[in-house]
Design a protein around this ligand. Structure first.
Ligand code: SF4
Ligand code: SF4
Length: 643
């Protein structure tokens, strides 16, 4: 009956999953990679151990329940025949010890969980269903205590010789009890234990604890490869209006993975804790986004096909929530069950932008600029693309020219923003000083399409990607150096989907290599520097060391910010937010700049023009504080003594 009831409660969610769009079967990577992920993330609880105490809490409960699973079967057998045991483990002392030790571990885990929720980090759980979580913890406690007490009565009755340390100790208190009383207690406890387990089973499908079932498949389906790559949206303009899918408008537009994400959320708030939008008082919380989408999808989907589906935006989440995201990926990295918030948010944006032309008005300038003749978000003419190179002898690759060893991808920020141009010039001068055969595309370079794609204009992105790939392939380019983290990510991870496969190297990595191999000879000074990790170089592409290697060649003193490397805090520019107005209580760039200044450093080093401009803006707003400079600029100051 319990299984039937659980199935009945689960069926609306199963129907929703079945109605969802299939995923690209390749997205999770090869089976060996997926299996390794299961081992490390599910069995090994890797993401939970990123923070020791919560990690130990969850591992105690998770591993405890895995070990205690056979005791459910033992109880199911014992309600029919009190003297029966499971073969091999049922009456063995080693298993009795294991059960007792893990039962205590589960109880300790429950106490830590309560203290984290109620005392240590209540903020993380703002908006979570706390009563439900309390109910679950109570159930877990009751299940474990009833198990220990039941085992104690069995020991006292002589039904088993296998004594665990805790159940044996409790049995000692039952010495004087009559056999009749013990037998009655044993019956009550075994039934109580089993009924609690079955009640848990029935409760599970409609609760956040469904993650104990969905987490493993969700980890299995997680996108393989660099987190910065968005999956292409196949746009079939020949399709009928009904079949044309432009992002996610309603519940059934979500993919199976996106839907499974919603049913896997544990409401733990780890994502909310690290989200720069939430931290600066904006309505977006990745946790609440997932919960709101889940409640909407679960509410409208059963039975699928019989209810009129309402648009996800603004019925489940508001427009503001969707536009607040800087696509920094901090939430995805923290999430213990591998929920991919960014992909879903971009899919929601795709529908708003391409199907409804609905986006913050300021972003219109970005789109007009990229769609215009200059093909850049600054709306500058193509003829201004090489203005940064005034006074430098830079080779511009003309059609038919021999390919250079290295093509330097300038990027629109590096070409048009006054402050970012300094880093562009420094990079080229350093490459030339090291004798690298380098050239640029000049006016033939256009926006990579990163901001258009993150904003949801997939069609525009694909047009730009195809054009740039064609130019690069025609020029015979094999190696690209990019000083913009966003261009780097798009060229390296997204252009292969459009036929452009190159060795793409971030300028910090290339410069670090030149220093290491003796091509550049910087001298160190004692200027204190702190480094701001760009999300699209660090968290999305795993490069934390190259910029630091460059800095180590120029200074003896690198001061790390409290949030650094994979836990870095965004500058506020990603996800096309660079071009949008910012609401909330504080600006993300100001918050980050204040953190950088708190290190006491003289210079905040960056490795992306967008980070540079955002933090420089914050520096201007602060009126005083450390200078903001790209790692290439700092290296040029130190290695190129000609100024
Ligand atoms: S990607 Fe960054 S800004 Fe967007 S929801 Fe996640 S943590 Fe928040
Ligand atoms: S999305 Fe992930 S990190 Fe955020 S609350 Fe849900 S389970 Fe926790």
């Amino acid at each position: 009956m319990a299984v039937a009831l659980a199935w009945r409660r689960a069926s609306p969610r199963i129907a929703t999953l079945r109605a969802a769009r299939p995923d690209d079967p390749e997205r999770g990577g090869p089976i060996t990679e997926r299996a390794a992920r299961e081992l490390v993330e599910v069995v090994g609880q890797r993401k939970l151990f990123q923070r020791l105490m919560p990690g130990m809490m969850h591992a105690a409960i998770f591993w405890g329940f895995v070990v205690l699973l056979p005791t459910i079967a033992e109880a199911a057998v014992a309600v029919v025949d009190r003297g029966a045991h499971l073969p091999l483990i049922g009456d063995s002392t080693w298993f009795a010890w294991l059960v007792d030790l893990f039962a205590v571990a589960v109880l300790a885990g429950v106490i830590i969980a309560i203290s984290i929720r109620k005392v240590q980090r209540p903020d993380r759980f703002r908006g979570s269903h706390l009563e439900e979580a309390d109910r679950i913890l109570l159930m877990i406690t009751a299940i474990v205590i009833s198990l220990l007490l039941w085992q104690a009565t069995r020991i006292a009755l002589g039904l088993t010789d296998a004594e665990g340390p805790v159940s044996g100790w409790i049995a000692g208190f039952l010495d004087g009890a009559s056999t009749g009383a013990l037998e009655a207690a044993e019956r009550v406890l075994v039934w109580a234990h089993l009924l609690l387990v079955l009640a848990f089973l029935v409760y599970l499908p409609g609760s956040k604890h469904l993650h104990i079932v969905t987490a493993a498949p969700n980890v299995w389906l997680r996108k393989s490869g660099p987190g910065g790559r968005l999956e292409p949206l196949r746009i079939d303009l020949e399709a009928s209006e009904e079949d044309l899918r432009l992002g996610a408008a309603v519940a059934t537009d979500l993919t199976r993975k996106q839907t499974l994400d919603l049913f896997s959320c544990t409401e733990c708030g780890r994502c909310q804790d690290v989200c720069p939008a939430w931290a600066t008082g904006k309505p977006l919380s990745p946790k609440l986004l997932v919960m709101d989408l889940r409640d909407h999808v679960a509410g409208t989907a059963g039975p699928v096909g019989e209810v009129e589906l309402q648009p996800l935006v603004p019925n489940a989440v508001t427009d503001e929530v969707v536009w607040d995201c800087v696509t920094c990926g901090a939430c995805v990295r923290e999430c213990p069950v591998d929920i991919e918030h960014v992909d879903t948010i971009v899919d929601l944006r795709r529908n708003l932008v391409m199907a409804e032309s609905r986006f913050p008005s300021e972003a219109g300038a970005l789109l007009r600029g990229v769609e215009g003749p200059g093909e850049n978000p600054w709306g500058q003419p193509a003829s201004a693309r090489m203005d940064w190179a005034d006074g430098l002898d830079v080779r511009v690759l003309a059609p038919g020219d021999a390919a250079p060893d290295v093509l330097f991808w300038v990027g629109c920020a590096g070409a048009f923003d006054e402050r970012a141009r300094e880093a562009t010039r420094s990079t080229v001068r350093l490459l030339q000083a090291a004798g690298v055969d380098v050239a640029v595309l000049g006016q033939r370079e256009s926006c990579t399409g990163d901001p258009a794609r993150r904003m949801g204009h997939e069609f525009l992105f694909q047009t730009l990607a195809e054009r740039n790939v064609s130019t690069l392939n025609d020029a015979g380019v094999t190696t690209i150096v990019a000083s913009c983290a966003h261009c780097f990510n798009t060229l390296a991870n997204e252009y292969p989907d459009y036929g452009g496969t190159y060795e793409v190297v971030h300028h910090s990595e290339f410069l670090a290599r030149l220093v290491r191999e003796g091509g550049l000879h910087p001298s160190r000074d004692s200027v204190a520097v702190t480094y701001h990790d760009a999300c699209y170089l660090g968290r999305h592409n795993g490069n934390y060391d190259s910029p630091r290697d460059v800095l180590r060649a120029t200074t003896d003193e690198i001061a790390e910010m409290p949030r650094n490397r994979e836990r870095s805090f965004c500058c506020g520019a990603g996800g096309a937010r660079f071009w949008m107005e910012e609401g909330g209580d504080a600006r993300i760039n100001d918050t980050r700049y204040a953190e950088a200044a708190s290190t006491g450093a003289d210079v905040v080093a960056t490795a992306c023009p967008f980070c540079l401009v955002m933090l420089d803006d914050a520096s201007g707003a602060a009126g005083r504080g450390p200078e903001v400079a790209d790692v290439a600029t700092l290296l040029a100051r130190s290695a190129l003594r000609d100024g």
